[in-house]
Design a protein around this ligand. Sequence first.
Ligand SMILES: [Cu+2]
Length: 151
Amino acid sequence: MKKLATALLTLGLTFSVNAELIFEQVSVRLMPNSQKNTAAFMKITNQSDATVKLIEIRSNISETAEFHTHIMQDDMAMMQKMDQLIIPANQTVILESGGRHIMLLNLKQDWAKQGEAEIIFRDAQQKRYEVHAPIEAAHQMHHHQHQHHNH
Ligand SMILES: [Cu+2]
């Protein structure tokens, strides 16, 4: 009972702290065991009238986590680390495959077995945001697109 009460208390606090940002369509891409890194995708909506700067990110399934974007270099799409992710006031930022995303680096042993990853953000005001992301195979939509191109 004590454990449950503590859990509920933690949950309540998390919600009140999280009110500015809403995290939706959260997922971590399932990768074969041989891969050392994977990516996380989500929609982040800033409900407040102030810009939120996410300056720190970590996860329980990898040693490190980074915000990434893609840049073109010599006609090649390259990933580049961003020091922060800015969520403008009253706007939604989409982290998606081929665009800005979260990179989870040096995955821990058996990381995919839990089926869910914890991703923790901290903003410039030292507010903490905790997100639980299901670990899923790449979206079905991509398969449809590839099949379409093949025919
Ligand atoms: Cu990346």
